[in-house]
Design a protein around this ligand. Structure first.
Ligand code: SAM
Ligand code: SF4
Length: 325
């Protein structure tokens, strides 16, 4: 438990800071701050850290990035974590572009849950936002559905003046495939440019847009995976709609249950505060048993701040792609 009574049992592991897409809200234009390949944790180091985390009560793990499916050993990492005693759930967050190739391997390795980012269905707008090809994402989703994962969710970042007109088509698309979709408020974790107020679309405004197609009914007891989304049923759709009001929901951090591990071996207690704790020393001191790593994990839990600073003139330091989303 942390200093604010929150049980921290969820580790989000960034396996790489690299990506094959270029979403500006995640990676500033012209970004060159990549970690050296040599500074990336090896697969064995990642599994060792996850093992230490299991030993102090972590139960939920997610592989993310950057784009985690760029890592050639992603299936081995997933398998290594899934086989640890105590792991209850293992998820992967992906942009979906390489999913068609990896879905079967990830399922076999033990991955239970997939989050696939989809900010637009229109190919032109998808390319404008991400630099990528939405057809690859759709093929990835199709392959993942064939593999019968326990849960596949869509993630859509809300951007005023960019993808409002895509929100309802995405809901219909998700309904057709029987998937929940989560709408995420834009967080200031890339460059100052995405902080501009005229780009920000709150979850309340997104509900207003979707409310134009039918009524929304809150589902307060529906909290799959204890995630940060507040879910709703929509009278005109079968998909459950989650809203992640990271910036505007007043008590957003009250239920936070996670630490982040960056691809270069730093523990980050909060996405919206710059503090990080380097695990490399603990990894070097580690001679089995995981004690030094466990002490570092416990220190990061002790240092976990009560709330993010997104509403207190937070200036992005390392962008999302470097921290891990
Ligand atoms: N590449 C994978 C993907 O796109 O899903 C995994 C990493 S990505 C950083 C994880 C999630 O963070 C994605 O759903 C992405 O849309 C979201 N994200 C990135 N930058 C964001 C921002 N500035 N505000 C809100 N969500 C953001
Ligand atoms: Fe890449 Fe995901 Fe960031 Fe987009 S959100 S740049 S796909 S890591």
């Amino acid at each position: 438990m942390d200093a604010f009574g929150r049980v921290i049992d969820y580790l989000r592991i960034s396996v790489t800071d690299r990506c094959n897409e270029r979403c500006q809200y995640c990676m500033p234009e012209g970004y060159k701050g990549w970690a050296q390949k040599a500074d990336h944790l090896s697969g064995a180091e990642i599994v060792k850290i996850a093992e230490a985390a299991c030993g102090i009560g972590f139960r939920k793990f997610r592989l993310t990035g950057g784009e985690p499916l760029l890592r050639h050993d992603i299936v081995e990492i997933a398998e290594g974590i899934w086989n640890l005693p105590g792991v209850q759930t293992l998820g992967v967050s992906t942009n979906g572009t390489l999913l068609a190739r990896h879905a079967a391997g990830l399922k076999r390795a033990g991955v239970r849950a997939l989050n696939v980012s989809l900010d637009a269905l229109s190919p032109g707008l998808y390319r404008q936002i991400t630099g990528g090809d939405v057809a690859q994402v759709l093929a990835g989703i199709e392959e993942a559905l064939a593999e019968d994962f326990e849960v596949i969710k869509l993630n859509t970042v809300l951007m005023r003046g960019v993808n409002e007109s895509e929100l309802w088509p995405i809901v219909q698309f998700a309904s057709g495939l029987g998937m929940p979709v989560r709408f995420i408020e834009l967080m200031p974790v890339s460059s100052a440019a995405v902080l501009e107020r005229d780009r920000f679309l709150s979850v309340e405004d997104a509900m207003g847009i979707l409310g134009g197609f039918g009524s929304l009914e809150a589902l307060p007891d529906y909290r799959p995976g204890n995630g940060p989304a507040r879910y709703y049923r929509h009278s005109g759709a079968t998909a459950k709609l989650g809203f992640i009001g990271a910036v505007t929901t007043p008590d957003f951090c009250g239920t936070c249950n996670k630490l982040r591990l960056t691809a270069d071996g730093k523990l980050r207690p909060c996405l919206g505060q710059h503090g990080e704790l380097d695990l490399r020393g603990a990894l070097r001191r580690e001679e089995g048993g995981g004690v030094a790593l466990q002490e570092a994990l416990l220190e990061a839990i002790r240092n976990k701040p009560e709330t993010h600073e997104f509403n207190a003139c937070y200036e992005p330091g390392r962008p999302m792609t470097a921290i891990g989303g």
